[in-house]
Design a protein around this ligand. Structure first.
Ligand SMILES: Nc1ncnc2c1ncn2[C@@H]1O[C@H](COP(=O)(O)OP(=O)(O)OP(=O)(O)O)[C@@H](O)[C@H]1O
Length: 889
């Protein structure tokens, strides 16, 4: 022990680690001392006692050895990193050392079904990032490199997608407050500052090669010392440093590229409510389509939904599987029944390498391995399934190795093992000759004891005699009090109870000693044999992962098929084009709870931008989201809620949807709206799908219209993304007259009767009126207010005009050149050309109407010249504020 006594030793060890807390083994307990004790006691409601050490008194809180795991889990889940120091014997007593550090990303003891990724991120240049994502509970290890425009934002989106519980930023990023705060906003991950050296190109490459093999990097096309490898090396070194012992389960490095997946950023995932709903109420897409029967299947399905793919080959493969499964109802149900018996093999693989798998876990591994031939036979036995790529999925794991491992477990493991590992009963008879002999002797001794009672009864004629065992007295012969006087001399009294007396004999004591010795030997031998068996399984971690992955994939595919059949979803035609054709499409979540009115959509090269109008609550948002979700579902390999769909693969889905109450988070709604818009305008390409709902609503009407107007022009003229734009600004519908690929559609309502009947049907053309005031009337707003609103509306329309900037040489109105300006008069709803020489005088023609006042004119000029894409949202807000000032003056 060190000079400062036990607390001194504790504090010394604490200095060695940068963990927040230290649990130090002291005999049968893990103890926390001093500040740690108080903190842990408060967090976990433990009792604090006082420990005197070298003249001082310290708070102390402890947990029994066997109960550390749940406490550790609870502390880590509260965000603490906890070091664990174990005690071991030395020649002159004992010593202690830190054997592991439990952190959010390395908490193997989790019961949560969701994946728990540990992420490493490095920045090697302003626009180049490397990312690694490791899942210690399953051994998955993915890396990627992100570079080019918006690399930082895309790196953060990537993090959101994996939703890591812990992030290790590289040295460059640690000081980047903006990056760190965006990360904190987008994920709940703990940020850990792992040693900078681990991210260094040389060290990281070395660590990665050590882990995955020398040739792996080149065979996977990963650049040595490159960003992905640097992130990977840092993550590996961190896992090693925490002493978790799961490194052997990380057997496969999986690089992926930006082009493999369609972008579906954080905002879009939230807006489309893919895995969680915006309000927390209602169902997410995942909750709706999830029919998986295993937790690994559920995890994979969630991962797929968050990562739409761009590879036609992979998507068609999934589709083939889903088609086959959807056509074979009985086989599908049988398949799901078999899958339902499977355990989480990916997690079991990690627990075996970590050494925390007990006999029950190995039995579950054995039983899950035994499902592989059953699954294979089922698929082979059905022509339709056998001809599909499903047979490849089930053949992926090495069949011979699967059988070998299962047989080894079958031979070794007892069928009904106890929960403890050191008390015997784990290993099957016939597995080890020494053990068999011990067991035989043990059983003989027990038999002798069992027969002792009848033997003694016969010999001495006792009516009430019983042989039993307990913790304090060991084995004893218990005789009723009335007969206790008559026991032979060989009986030695050990205890007197109310109605009986307990005795022992030399022979019984000898047997007892033998039994204890045999029990101990048997327990030790069985434990050793069990550990050997577990190590054998650990060496086969990759095989368990392969089987686990195959089971998860079959489960996720069967889930798609089940949902498709139950909801009449259809297989979409996928192609590499810019087409998007949907016949009788529905919203996958809303259709579950509503009599849904299906709607069509057709986007082509000539018609790629739809302005969607219609009164409040008519169904604009639902329509647009349904389109985005159909594209997303198509690009994860699922069938879709439509009678027919032809989907040209998109490189990204971008959405800006209102109604998010971000005020609570301290950001203005308009600011959020503008930064999301800015992100879309920067990121979308002509192969993207853009959904805009009510852009501009967060600010004053005319500012809003101006921004919506300019956004439409920019998306149409510059980006050329497929776009759906819902707006209440009826004025915008005039753009369709002018921009060649913009068309109007509206959600029809029937207002011929007393009120408005929502028809939920999408029709061509703009809505024929603005319904705001009408809805106010329907809602019972008093008559004078409604009629005054009408008057004000008319006035406003008469007084304001907006200038439209055409789509280059291909505008719809013939004869106009790209330099001419067109003025849209909101009052008359008409377009007029305006003199725009050099853009200096875009005012209206002298046609007898009131000219614009100079302030408005100045604002409009500024607006028309504004390079929206190059402005940050803050600058944009500043400008809008400035204009408001001009107009207000
Ligand atoms: N095609 C449909 N069939 C049946 N119900 C629908 C359909 N489309 C929308 N709905 C229902 O109509 C309601 C309003 O839809 P939604 O929110 O999409 O309207 P909105 O026009 O975007 O409204 P607002 O302009 O106020 O945001 C929702 O409750 C939705 O479930």
């Amino acid at each position: 022990m060190t000079e400062g006594g036990i607390v001194g030793e504790f504090l010394g060890l604490k200095e060695e680690t940068d963990a927040d807390l230290l649990a130090m083994q002291c005999g049968d307990f893990y103890e926390f001392f001093a500040d740690d004790a108080e903190l842990v006691a408060e967090e976990l409601d433990l009792r604090v006692s006082e420990k005197s050490s070298h003249g001082s008194s310290y708070p102390m809180a402890g947990v029994p050895l066997s109960e550390l795991t749940p406490y550790l889990k609870a502390l880590v889940e509260r965000g603490y990193r906890v070091a664990v120091a174990e005690q071991y014997d030395t020649e002159d007593g004992h010593a202690r050392e830190i054997v592991r550090v439990a952190t959010p990303g390395t908490l193997i003891e989790t019961a949560a079904e969701d994946a728990r990724y540990l992420a490493g991120i490095v920045r090697v240049a302003e626009d180049c990032y490397g990312l690694a994502f490791a899942e210690v509970t399953t051994g998955r290890f993915l890396v990627t490199r992100i570079e080019g425009e918006d690399a930082a934002a895309r790196a953060i989106t990537e993090c959101y997608r994996y939703d890591p519980v812990e992030i290790l930023p590289g040295p460059d990023l640690r000081e980047d407050e903006a990056f760190l705060s965006s990360l904190a906003e987008r994920t709940d991950a703990e940020v850990t500052r792992h040693e900078a050296n681990a991210f260094a190109p040389g060290a990281a490459t070395h660590t990665t090669r050590e882990q995955f093999g020398r040739e792996t990097l080149s065979s996977l096309g990963l650049e040595p010392e490159g960003p992905a490898v640097r992130a990977a090396g840092a993550v590996l070194s961190y896992v090693a440093e925490t002493g978790l012992g799961v490194l052997p389960s990380m057997t496969r490095l999986q690089p992926y590229g930006a082009d493999d997946f369609a972008s579906c950023d954080v905002t879009t995932q939230r807006n489309l409510e893919i895995t969680e709903t915006m309000t927390g109420a209602g169902q997410s897409l995942f909750a709706t389509v999830d029919h998986t029967v295993t937790s690994a299947g559920g995890r994979l399905l969630k991962e797929w939904l968050g990562r739409p793919r761009r590879s036609l080959g992979e998507l068609r493969r999934r589709q083939e599987c889903v088609t086959a499964l959807s056509e074979r109802a009985l086989a599908r149900e049988d398949l799901r029944e078999i899958l339902g018996e499977a355990s989480d093999l990916e997690r079991l693989a990690s627990r075996t390498t970590h050494g925390s798998a007990d006999a029950g876990a190995l039995l579950r591994a054995r039983d899950s391995l035994a499902l592989v031939p059953e699954l294979a036979d089922l698929i082979a036995g059905d022509d339709r399934l056998a001809d599909s790529p499903l047979s490849k999925v089930v053949e992926r794991p090495d069949r011979e190795a699967t059988v070998d491992l299962r047989e080894a477990l079958d031979e070794g493991l007892a069928n009904d093992p106890p929960k403890t590992l050191r008390e015997g009963g784990l290993i099957e008879r016939g597995y080890d000759a020494n053990l068999d002999e011990l067991v035989e002797r043990h059983e003989e001794a027990l038999e002798w004891i069992e027969e002792l009672g009848p033997r003694e009864k016969d010999a001495h004629g006792f009516a009430h005699l019983q042989v039993d065992r307990n913790k304090t007295d060991g084995y004893y012969i218990q005789i009723g009090k009335s007969e206790a006087e008559d026991v032979p001399d060989s009986y030695r009294q050990v205890k007197t109870l109310k109605n009986s007396v307990r005795f022992s004999t030399d022979a019984l004591e000898e047997r007892e000693r033998e039994i204890l010795r045999l029990e101990e030997q048997r327990g030790e031998l069985e434990y050793d044999l069990f550990c050997e068996l577990r190590e054998r399984v650990a060496k086969r971690a990759t095989l368990l992962q392969d089987v686990g992955r195959a089971i998860a994939e079959l489960d996720a595919l069967a889930s798609f098929a089940t949902h498709a059949v139950e909801n009449r979803w259809r297989r979409p035609e996928l192609e590499e084009s810019r087409a998007l054709d949907i016949e009788a499409g529905r919203h996958p979540v809303v259709e579950q709870s509503t009599e849904f009115v299906p709607n069509d959509l057709s986007l082509t090269d000539e018609r790629e931008f739809l302005i969607v109008t219609g009164p409040n609550m008519s169904g604009k948002s639902t329509y647009m989201r349904q389109v985005a979700l159909i594209v997303l579902l198509a690009q994860v390999g699922s069938f879709v809620p439509a009678e027919r769909a032809r989907v040209g693969l998109v490189d990204g889905i971008y959405t800006r949807v209102g109604a998010l109450d971000e005020l609570a988070q301290g950001r203005s709604t308009f600011m959020v709206e503008m930064s999301e818009l800015s992100n879309i305008l920067h990121s979308a390409t002509e192969d993207s799908l853009v959904i805009l709902d009510e852009v501009g609503r967060g600010t004053a009407t005319y500012d809003g219209i101006s921004i919506a107007w300019a956004t439409t022009e920019y998306l149409h003229n510059e980006v050329r993304a497929k776009t759906l734009f819902a707006t209440h600004y009826h004025e915008l519908t005039a753009l369709a007259e002018h921009l060649p690929r913009v068309e109007n559609v509206h959600v029809a309502v029937d207002d011929s009767g007393d009120g408005v009947t929502f028809l939920r049907t999408i029709r061509e053309g703009p809505t024929d009126r603005s319904y705001g005031v009408h809805v106010a009337e329907l809602a019972g707003v008093p008559g004078p207010v409604v009629s005054r609103s009408d008057e004000v509306l008319e006035r406003l329309r008469a007084e304001k005009a907006i200038e439209a900037k055409g789509g280059g040489g291909d505008r719809k109105s013939s004869g106009e050149s790209g330099t001419q300006q067109v003025v849209f008069d909101v009052g008359s709803g008409e377009m007029r050309t305006a003199s725009a020489d050099g853009g200096n005088d875009p005012g209206p023609e002298p046609d007898g109407e009131d000219p614009l006042d100079p302030e408005t004119e100045a604002v409009l000029t500024e607006l028309s010249e504004l390079e929206l894409a190059s402005l940050s949202p803050v600058e944009l807000m500043g400008r809008v504020q400035e204009w408001q000032g001009w107009i207000d003056e």
